[in-house]
Design a protein around this ligand. Structure first.
Ligand SMILES: C[S@@+](CC[C@H](N)C(=O)[O-])C[C@H]1O[C@@H](n2cnc3c(N)ncnc32)[C@H](O)[C@@H]1O
Length: 192
């Protein structure tokens, strides 16, 4: 047993990775996290998927790879340059809606929506507006966050924020969570 991903990578993964490096984007999801996202995505046939924080579309590519043809994914980000990369390589996929929006604006405008799979990879749905986003999770739905182990790019005081966030998730009676001390530190929650 080891951590090597001995399975095919999503088609666009290498090209998106190269453009991401060229842009100097320092917060892309790592490959192990992405492989987990793809595996879990496959457990939700005809699912409604939400990604908060598209970046350049790295995790988006893996989630799409795991989804079946009847599933749909909404992914938003506020950064035009990053979204342009995702659009270039993934925009042809009719299951995907790429949205340019501030996180708070998107969450407030979409409060009634329900999802089977939420990957919260920006401030909103993790450190901001968490209750609003967890309300969007269907019973049986998956809530996934990464970067829960200390990261080199964490600003001063972020460790404390992360601990408060973890304790809050542990205390919710509508979620079962698993904390994985693996990759960048993953938490998987399932709505009860
Ligand atoms: C950790 S990165 C996402 C990485 C991406 N999932 C990937 O696989 O590469 C966080 C993203 O949140 C976006 N972001 C930060 N603040 C935001 C805000 N207020 N509204 C929307 N997006 C925001 C950033 O532009 C960045 O792309």
């Amino acid at each position: 047993m080891n951590d090597i991903i001995n399975q095919p990578l999503p088609k666009a993964y290498r090209a998106i990775t190269e453009e991401t490096h060229r842009l100097g984007f320092t917060m892309p999801s790592d490959a192990q996290t992405c492989a987990l996202l793809r595996t879990l995505a496959t457990s939700k046939p005809a699912g409604r998927f939400l990604e908060l924080g598209t970046g350049s579309g790295l995790s988006t590519a893996w989630i799409l790879d795991g989804m079946d043809s009847k599933s749909t994914l909404i992914s938003f980000d506020h950064d035009d340059a990053l979204l342009a990369v995702a659009q270039k390589y993934l925009g042809h996929d009719e299951r995907l809606s790429l949205v340019r929006s501030d996180g708070a604006d998107w969450v407030y405008a979409n409060k009634g929506q329900l999802f089977d799979f939420i990957f919260a990879d920006t401030w909103h749905g993790k450190y901001l507006l968490l209750d609003d986003v967890l309300t969007m999770l269907q019973p049986g739905g998956l809530y996934i966050v990464d970067d829960m182990l200390p990261q080199p790019n964490w600003p001063e005081g972020h460790q404390e924020k992360a601990l408060v966030f973890i304790e809050y998730l542990e205390g919710r009676d509508d979620l079962w969570i698993v904390k994985q001390h693996w990759a960048t530190g993953i938490i998987i929650g399932v709505k009860r």
